[in-house]
Design a protein around this ligand. Structure first.
Ligand code: KG4
Ligand code: ZN
Length: 329
Protein backbone atom coordinates (compact mmCIF):
# COMPACT_ATOMS: atom_id res chain seq x y z
CA UNK A 1 0.00 0.00 0.00
CA UNK A 2 1.19 3.52 -0.78
CA UNK A 3 2.55 5.56 2.11
CA UNK A 4 1.99 9.32 2.11
CA UNK A 5 4.34 11.35 4.33
CA UNK A 6 3.80 14.97 5.25
CA UNK A 7 7.17 16.69 5.71
CA UNK A 8 7.61 19.89 7.70
CA UNK A 9 10.82 21.97 7.68
CA UNK A 10 11.50 25.20 9.61
CA UNK A 11 15.12 24.96 10.79
CA UNK A 12 16.37 28.26 9.37
CA UNK A 13 14.69 30.81 7.10
CA UNK A 14 12.50 28.59 4.89
CA UNK A 15 9.07 27.42 6.00
CA UNK A 16 8.27 24.35 3.95
CA UNK A 17 5.73 21.53 3.76
CA UNK A 18 5.63 18.64 1.31
CA UNK A 19 3.72 15.49 0.54
CA UNK A 20 5.91 12.60 -0.61
CA UNK A 21 4.63 9.20 -1.74
CA UNK A 22 6.64 6.13 -0.77
CA UNK A 23 9.68 8.24 0.11
CA UNK A 24 10.65 9.16 -3.44
CA UNK A 25 7.73 10.69 -5.34
CA UNK A 26 7.09 14.37 -4.59
CA UNK A 27 3.41 15.29 -4.87
CA UNK A 28 3.97 18.79 -3.53
CA UNK A 29 6.85 20.79 -2.05
CA UNK A 30 5.82 24.28 -0.94
CA UNK A 31 8.68 26.54 0.15
CA UNK A 32 8.05 29.92 1.71
CA UNK A 33 11.40 31.74 1.73
CA UNK A 34 12.21 34.64 4.03
CA UNK A 35 15.31 35.69 2.09
CA UNK A 36 13.84 39.12 1.20
CA UNK A 37 13.20 39.84 4.88
CA UNK A 38 16.68 38.84 6.09
CA UNK A 39 18.56 40.32 3.12
CA UNK A 40 18.47 43.84 4.62
CA UNK A 41 20.28 42.52 7.74
CA UNK A 42 22.97 40.66 5.77
CA UNK A 43 22.03 37.32 7.35
CA UNK A 44 19.29 35.42 9.16
CA UNK A 45 17.92 37.13 12.29
CA UNK A 46 16.70 34.22 14.47
CA UNK A 47 13.84 36.03 16.23
CA UNK A 48 12.46 37.39 12.96
CA UNK A 49 12.75 33.93 11.38
CA UNK A 50 10.68 32.34 14.18
CA UNK A 51 7.92 34.95 13.91
CA UNK A 52 7.69 34.50 10.17
CA UNK A 53 7.52 30.71 10.52
CA UNK A 54 4.54 31.15 12.85
CA UNK A 55 2.79 33.32 10.25
CA UNK A 56 3.53 30.97 7.36
CA UNK A 57 3.35 27.41 8.65
CA UNK A 58 -0.38 26.80 8.57
CA UNK A 59 -0.77 28.27 5.07
CA UNK A 60 2.21 26.32 3.75
CA UNK A 61 0.88 22.98 5.06
CA UNK A 62 -2.62 23.63 3.65
CA UNK A 63 -1.10 24.58 0.30
CA UNK A 64 1.00 21.40 0.21
CA UNK A 65 -2.09 19.24 0.81
CA UNK A 66 -4.07 21.16 -1.81
CA UNK A 67 -1.40 20.82 -4.51
CA UNK A 68 -0.96 17.10 -3.75
CA UNK A 69 -4.74 16.61 -3.84
CA UNK A 70 -4.54 14.61 -0.63
CA UNK A 71 -6.90 15.17 2.30
CA UNK A 72 -5.24 15.50 5.70
CA UNK A 73 -6.86 12.22 6.86
CA UNK A 74 -5.07 10.28 4.08
CA UNK A 75 -1.61 11.23 5.39
CA UNK A 76 0.08 8.19 6.95
CA UNK A 77 2.73 9.93 9.03
CA UNK A 78 4.26 13.33 9.76
CA UNK A 79 8.02 13.93 9.51
CA UNK A 80 9.38 17.14 10.97
CA UNK A 81 12.87 18.58 11.32
CA UNK A 82 13.80 18.70 15.02
CA UNK A 83 17.47 19.71 14.55
CA UNK A 84 20.03 20.96 13.85
CA UNK A 85 19.05 24.58 13.35
CA UNK A 86 17.85 27.71 15.12
CA UNK A 87 15.97 26.69 18.24
CA UNK A 88 13.08 29.15 17.91
CA UNK A 89 12.65 28.36 14.23
CA UNK A 90 12.75 24.59 14.82
CA UNK A 91 10.20 24.84 17.62
CA UNK A 92 7.58 26.27 15.27
CA UNK A 93 7.71 23.22 12.99
CA UNK A 94 8.05 20.74 15.86
CA UNK A 95 5.09 22.22 17.76
CA UNK A 96 2.94 22.34 14.65
CA UNK A 97 3.78 18.74 13.75
CA UNK A 98 3.05 17.58 17.30
CA UNK A 99 -0.32 19.33 17.21
CA UNK A 100 -1.20 17.64 13.92
CA UNK A 101 0.05 14.26 15.11
CA UNK A 102 -2.07 14.48 18.26
CA UNK A 103 -5.25 15.77 16.64
CA UNK A 104 -5.13 13.37 13.66
CA UNK A 105 -3.68 10.46 15.60
CA UNK A 106 -0.86 9.99 13.06
CA UNK A 107 2.70 8.87 13.90
CA UNK A 108 5.33 11.58 14.33
CA UNK A 109 8.78 11.02 12.80
CA UNK A 110 11.60 13.13 14.31
CA UNK A 111 13.83 13.97 11.35
CA UNK A 112 17.44 15.15 11.28
CA UNK A 113 17.88 18.07 8.87
CA UNK A 114 21.20 16.71 7.57
CA UNK A 115 19.70 13.28 6.90
CA UNK A 116 17.10 15.22 4.92
CA UNK A 117 19.73 16.88 2.74
CA UNK A 118 21.21 13.45 2.01
CA UNK A 119 17.76 11.97 1.24
CA UNK A 120 17.11 14.68 -1.39
CA UNK A 121 19.26 12.46 -3.62
CA UNK A 122 16.73 9.59 -3.34
CA UNK A 123 14.08 11.86 -4.86
CA UNK A 124 16.27 13.01 -7.76
CA UNK A 125 17.78 9.56 -8.43
CA UNK A 126 15.23 6.77 -8.17
CA UNK A 127 17.96 4.15 -8.61
CA UNK A 128 20.25 5.41 -5.82
CA UNK A 129 20.55 3.08 -2.86
CA UNK A 130 23.05 2.87 -0.01
CA UNK A 131 25.92 2.30 0.44
CA UNK A 132 27.44 5.47 -1.01
CA UNK A 133 29.52 8.49 0.02
CA UNK A 134 27.81 11.82 0.51
CA UNK A 135 29.45 15.23 0.74
CA UNK A 136 27.03 17.43 2.68
CA UNK A 137 27.89 21.06 1.95
CA UNK A 138 25.54 23.72 3.25
CA UNK A 139 25.46 27.03 5.12
CA UNK A 140 25.95 25.31 8.47
CA UNK A 141 27.63 22.00 7.63
CA UNK A 142 30.50 20.40 5.76
CA UNK A 143 30.53 16.67 6.29
CA UNK A 144 31.90 13.77 4.35
CA UNK A 145 29.59 10.89 5.25
CA UNK A 146 29.52 7.16 4.57
CA UNK A 147 25.83 6.28 4.06
CA UNK A 148 25.88 2.66 5.19
CA UNK A 149 22.14 2.17 4.86
CA UNK A 150 19.08 4.43 4.89
CA UNK A 151 19.42 5.23 8.60
CA UNK A 152 23.06 4.48 9.41
CA UNK A 153 25.66 7.19 8.86
CA UNK A 154 29.37 7.38 9.57
CA UNK A 155 31.12 10.76 9.53
CA UNK A 156 34.47 10.40 7.78
CA UNK A 157 35.52 14.06 7.85
CA UNK A 158 34.16 17.47 8.71
CA UNK A 159 35.18 21.11 8.74
CA UNK A 160 37.29 22.29 11.64
CA UNK A 161 36.10 25.88 11.25
CA UNK A 162 33.76 27.49 8.67
CA UNK A 163 31.19 25.51 6.74
CA UNK A 164 31.63 25.88 2.97
CA UNK A 165 28.41 27.88 2.56
CA UNK A 166 29.43 30.14 5.42
CA UNK A 167 32.73 30.88 3.63
CA UNK A 168 30.87 31.64 0.37
CA UNK A 169 28.49 33.97 2.25
CA UNK A 170 31.28 35.80 4.09
CA UNK A 171 33.38 36.30 0.95
CA UNK A 172 30.30 37.62 -0.87
CA UNK A 173 29.46 40.02 1.92
CA UNK A 174 32.98 41.47 2.18
CA UNK A 175 33.36 42.05 -1.56
CA UNK A 176 29.92 43.63 -1.66
CA UNK A 177 27.79 41.01 -3.41
CA UNK A 178 25.11 40.80 -0.69
CA UNK A 179 23.20 37.92 0.93
CA UNK A 180 22.86 35.01 0.39
CA UNK A 181 26.30 35.04 -1.13
CA UNK A 182 26.66 31.53 -2.58
CA UNK A 183 24.56 31.98 -5.71
CA UNK A 184 26.10 35.44 -6.30
CA UNK A 185 29.68 34.13 -6.09
CA UNK A 186 28.65 31.25 -8.38
CA UNK A 187 27.37 33.70 -11.01
CA UNK A 188 30.24 36.19 -10.86
CA UNK A 189 32.92 33.45 -10.88
CA UNK A 190 31.78 32.48 -14.38
CA UNK A 191 33.04 35.85 -15.65
CA UNK A 192 36.46 35.45 -14.03
CA UNK A 193 39.63 33.36 -14.24
CA UNK A 194 41.12 31.32 -11.38
CA UNK A 195 44.41 33.22 -11.65
CA UNK A 196 44.87 34.28 -8.01
CA UNK A 197 46.85 31.99 -5.76
CA UNK A 198 45.10 31.11 -2.48
CA UNK A 199 46.25 28.86 0.37
CA UNK A 200 44.82 25.37 0.64
CA UNK A 201 44.58 23.54 3.96
CA UNK A 202 45.49 19.85 4.22
CA UNK A 203 45.12 17.52 7.18
CA UNK A 204 46.31 13.95 7.68
CA UNK A 205 42.72 12.80 8.10
CA UNK A 206 39.63 13.70 6.03
CA UNK A 207 38.79 16.97 7.80
CA UNK A 208 38.34 20.26 5.98
CA UNK A 209 39.14 23.90 6.75
CA UNK A 210 37.86 26.92 4.87
CA UNK A 211 38.58 29.87 7.12
CA UNK A 212 42.16 30.29 5.79
CA UNK A 213 40.97 30.49 2.18
CA UNK A 214 38.16 32.83 3.15
CA UNK A 215 40.48 35.14 5.12
CA UNK A 216 43.01 35.21 2.28
CA UNK A 217 40.28 36.37 -0.16
CA UNK A 218 39.05 39.00 2.29
CA UNK A 219 42.61 40.29 2.98
CA UNK A 220 43.37 40.51 -0.75
CA UNK A 221 40.23 42.55 -1.28
CA UNK A 222 40.95 44.85 1.68
CA UNK A 223 44.58 45.44 0.63
CA UNK A 224 43.59 46.18 -2.93
CA UNK A 225 39.88 46.77 -3.61
CA UNK A 226 40.78 47.03 -7.33
CA UNK A 227 41.51 43.28 -7.52
CA UNK A 228 39.09 41.83 -10.04
CA UNK A 229 36.14 40.42 -8.07
CA UNK A 230 35.21 37.87 -10.71
CA UNK A 231 38.77 36.48 -10.65
CA UNK A 232 38.66 36.39 -6.85
CA UNK A 233 35.38 34.43 -6.89
CA UNK A 234 36.67 32.05 -9.54
CA UNK A 235 39.95 31.43 -7.65
CA UNK A 236 38.07 30.94 -4.37
CA UNK A 237 35.71 28.37 -5.94
CA UNK A 238 38.62 26.52 -7.52
CA UNK A 239 40.59 26.09 -4.27
CA UNK A 240 37.48 25.15 -2.27
CA UNK A 241 36.45 22.58 -4.88
CA UNK A 242 39.95 21.07 -5.01
CA UNK A 243 39.86 20.56 -1.24
CA UNK A 244 36.39 18.98 -1.41
CA UNK A 245 37.37 16.64 -4.24
CA UNK A 246 40.72 15.57 -2.75
CA UNK A 247 39.14 14.40 0.51
CA UNK A 248 36.17 12.78 -1.19
CA UNK A 249 38.45 10.79 -3.48
CA UNK A 250 40.68 9.74 -0.58
CA UNK A 251 37.59 8.38 1.21
CA UNK A 252 36.23 6.71 -1.92
CA UNK A 253 39.52 4.90 -2.51
CA UNK A 254 39.87 3.89 1.13
CA UNK A 255 36.35 2.46 1.35
CA UNK A 256 36.30 1.21 -2.26
CA UNK A 257 33.04 3.02 -2.97
CA UNK A 258 32.38 4.45 -6.42
CA UNK A 259 29.04 6.16 -5.76
CA UNK A 260 29.44 9.80 -4.65
CA UNK A 261 26.51 12.09 -3.88
CA UNK A 262 26.49 15.82 -3.14
CA UNK A 263 23.91 17.41 -0.85
CA UNK A 264 23.06 20.75 0.78
CA UNK A 265 22.70 24.29 -0.51
CA UNK A 266 26.26 24.57 -1.84
CA UNK A 267 25.79 21.45 -3.99
CA UNK A 268 23.76 23.62 -6.38
CA UNK A 269 27.01 25.46 -7.21
CA UNK A 270 27.58 25.01 -10.94
CA UNK A 271 31.41 24.89 -10.79
CA UNK A 272 31.44 22.31 -7.96
CA UNK A 273 28.92 20.11 -9.83
CA UNK A 274 30.91 20.37 -13.02
CA UNK A 275 34.20 19.41 -11.37
CA UNK A 276 32.62 16.43 -9.58
CA UNK A 277 31.00 15.29 -12.84
CA UNK A 278 34.47 15.07 -14.38
CA UNK A 279 35.16 12.21 -11.93
CA UNK A 280 32.78 10.07 -14.00
CA UNK A 281 35.64 9.71 -16.48
CA UNK A 282 37.54 7.93 -13.69
CA UNK A 283 34.68 5.46 -13.13
CA UNK A 284 32.82 7.21 -10.30
CA UNK A 285 29.06 7.66 -10.35
CA UNK A 286 28.12 11.20 -9.34
CA UNK A 287 24.72 12.17 -7.94
CA UNK A 288 23.28 15.51 -6.86
CA UNK A 289 19.72 16.70 -6.30
CA UNK A 290 18.01 19.19 -8.59
CA UNK A 291 18.64 22.78 -7.32
CA UNK A 292 15.28 23.20 -5.54
CA UNK A 293 16.02 20.06 -3.50
CA UNK A 294 19.58 21.18 -2.61
CA UNK A 295 18.52 24.12 -0.44
CA UNK A 296 16.18 23.73 2.53
CA UNK A 297 12.84 22.09 1.66
CA UNK A 298 10.35 19.70 3.23
CA UNK A 299 10.32 17.04 0.49
CA UNK A 300 13.80 15.90 1.60
CA UNK A 301 12.53 15.74 5.20
CA UNK A 302 9.55 13.61 4.16
CA UNK A 303 11.85 11.28 2.21
CA UNK A 304 14.27 10.82 5.11
CA UNK A 305 11.33 10.44 7.53
CA UNK A 306 9.77 7.75 5.35
CA UNK A 307 12.88 5.56 5.54
CA UNK A 308 13.05 6.10 9.28
CA UNK A 309 9.40 5.08 9.65
CA UNK A 310 10.14 1.77 7.88
CA UNK A 311 12.31 1.00 10.90
CA UNK A 312 9.66 2.18 13.36
CA UNK A 313 11.73 5.14 14.58
CA UNK A 314 8.97 7.44 15.81
CA UNK A 315 8.73 10.14 18.50
CA UNK A 316 6.09 10.82 21.11
CA UNK A 317 4.67 14.21 22.07
CA UNK A 318 7.63 14.96 24.32
CA UNK A 319 9.70 15.65 21.19
CA UNK A 320 11.74 18.85 21.54
CA UNK A 321 13.92 20.87 19.19
CA UNK A 322 17.64 19.97 19.35
CA UNK A 323 19.63 22.89 17.86
CA UNK A 324 22.98 21.04 17.95
CA UNK A 325 21.74 17.66 16.77
CA UNK A 326 24.58 15.62 15.25
CA UNK A 327 24.39 13.28 12.27
CA UNK A 328 24.57 10.20 14.48
CA UNK A 329 22.34 11.33 17.37
O1 KG4 B 1 21.30 23.81 2.74
P1 KG4 B 1 21.01 25.23 2.88
O2 KG4 B 1 19.79 25.80 2.20
O3 KG4 B 1 20.88 25.65 4.39
C1 KG4 B 1 21.60 25.06 5.41
O4 KG4 B 1 21.15 23.99 5.90
O5 KG4 B 1 22.65 25.65 5.76
O6 KG4 B 1 22.32 25.99 2.38
C2 KG4 B 1 22.41 27.38 2.31
C3 KG4 B 1 23.81 27.72 1.85
C4 KG4 B 1 24.12 29.22 1.90
O7 KG4 B 1 25.38 29.39 2.50
C5 KG4 B 1 24.15 29.61 0.43
O8 KG4 B 1 24.98 30.71 0.17
C6 KG4 B 1 24.67 28.34 -0.21
O9 KG4 B 1 24.00 27.30 0.48
N1 KG4 B 1 24.39 28.26 -1.65
C7 KG4 B 1 25.35 28.25 -2.60
C8 KG4 B 1 24.69 28.22 -3.84
N2 KG4 B 1 23.33 28.20 -3.61
C9 KG4 B 1 23.18 28.21 -2.25
N3 KG4 B 1 26.70 28.27 -2.48
C10 KG4 B 1 27.41 28.25 -3.63
N4 KG4 B 1 26.84 28.24 -4.86
C11 KG4 B 1 25.50 28.23 -5.02
N5 KG4 B 1 24.96 28.20 -6.25
ZN1 ZN C 1 19.90 22.92 5.19
Amino acid sequence: MDIYTLGIESSCDETSAAIVKNGREVLSNVIHSQIDIHEQFGGVVPEIASRNHVDAISKVVQEALKIAGIPMERIDNIACTYGPGLVGALLVGVSYAKGLSYSLNKPLIPTNHIHGHIAANYISHKDLEPPFLCLVISGGHTHLVHIKNYTEFEILGKTRDDAVGEAFDKVARVIGLGYPGGPKVDKLAKEGKPNIELPKTKFDNLDFSFSGIKTAVINLHHKNPEVNKADLCSSFEKVVTEELIENTLKAAKKLKINKIALAGGVSSNTYIRCEFLKLQEKGYKIYYPEPVLCTDNAAMIASSGYYQSLEGKYADLSLNAVPNLKIND
